[in-house]
Design a protein around this ligand. Structure first.
Ligand code: TRP
Length: 329
């Protein structure tokens, strides 16, 4: 029996190189070792996008395309959209019964988001319960491992606390899931800040390769290196950060690093080397993406099959919950 993994991603639209390096590459590896459930969590998206939900459906499609393109294999893992498995909403309600308000109000991500998202009204009942829905996602499958980045650690901790409290009231139903902390390498965007759709600085997985080169070519490097003859400092160069993530050729990297520090090479040479590696990585990914773009029927089949497999587990857990609480069914 393989251990079970669950992870989710909000449908934000086309995914970028940060998603690839920070999550997807790891998810692809896990599908060989674990029984994996990967879900596009559209209800979570709605919690912040409820006033403008028109993008959610097309964003889900983009995410599924990028997942399949990046190597998630529906023969090895189950891929589905959260709202296709209605048991997610049912477990969310059940868990909300026993979750103390204070736990949610004290959650650091809640306070941060309310402060940072001044353009959206996140003062809703549902948004406070974001971590409860997430706990439900994980506990519905009794997943033992959850691959996430550091930013989700507090939510995983809450998930364990909710599981413990539920078990305390109704008996041992839920295992406490372990965080599989995914090392999230630093992937800056074109402006040097963290790559993020909301900054408009992304290099997308599906980026046209000519455009990718244009973006890379014009990207700022070490600000102190004004002229070709000035020596550079890779430690403060955002292109070098990307190079460290996507150039696996350590010898070449050493050559580039020394060349930069001694001004033997210019930034363009370094960028060309990086682009060659990105091209090599992305060509087969983009080929797979185009295949699925043109075979929409297969996309539907993959999601229906993923949801069917998810429901088999989800229905079992809901039955246990109903029994344990003592609802009349
Ligand atoms: N909150 C996660 C994020 O924003 C997405 C998510 C929802 C998730 N449910 C999950 C991640 C369950 C892991 C497990 O990235």
């Amino acid at each position: 029996m393989k251990e079970r993994v669950f992870s989710g991603m909000r449908p934000t639209g086309k995914l970028h190189l940060g998603h690839l390096a920070g999550a997807l590459t790891n998810w692809v590896k896990l599908q060989d070792e674990y029984e994996c459930f990967y879900s596009i969590v559209d209800w979570h998206a709605l919690m912040s996008e409820y006033a403008d939900s028109g993008q959610i459906r097309s964003n889900c499609r983009e995410v599924i395309l990028d997942w399949l393109a990046s190597g998630l294999d529906p023969e090895k893992c189950s891929i589905f959209v959260q709202s296709m498995v209605p048991q997610h909403t049912e477990i969310h309600l059940a868990l909300s019964m026993i979750t103390p308000l204070g736990w949610l109000e004290r959650c650091p991500t809640y306070k941060d988001q309310i402060r940072n998202m001044q353009n959206k009204d996140l003062g809703t009942y549902a948004f406070l319960g974001y971590p409860v829905l997430m706990a439900g996602d994980i506990l519905l499958y009794k997943a033992s491992r959850v691959p996430v980045g550091e930013d989700q650690s507090a939510h995983l901790e809450l998930t364990r606390e909710i599981a413990r409290r539920f078990n305390y009231f109704y008996g041992p139903i839920f295992p406490e899931p372990e965080t599989l902390l995914t090392p999230t390498p630093k992937v800056p965007g074109t402006d040097g800040r963290k790559m993020s759709k909301s900054y408009g600085n992304s290099l997308n997985i599906s980026e046209d390769l000519k455009e990718l080169w244009e973006k890379l070519r014009t990207m700022k490097t070490d600000p102190q290196r004004e002229r070709r003859k000035d020596p550079g400092n890779p430690d403060v160069c955002p292109v070098w950060d990307i190079q460290k993530v996507f150039n696996p050729d350590l010898e070449e990297r050493e050559r580039l690093e020394n060349g930069c520090r001694t001004a033997e090479i210019g930034c363009i040479e370094c960028k060309k080397a990086l682009f060659a590696h990105l091209e090599k990585l992305l060509i087969p990914i983009q080929q797979r993406r185009r295949y699925f773009e043109q075979h929409g029927d297969e996309l539907g089949d993959i999601l229906r099959e993923g949801a069917r497999r998810a429901k088999v587990v989800a229905e079992g857990t809901i039955d246990e919950i109903v029994q344990a609480i003592g609802l009349f069914r």
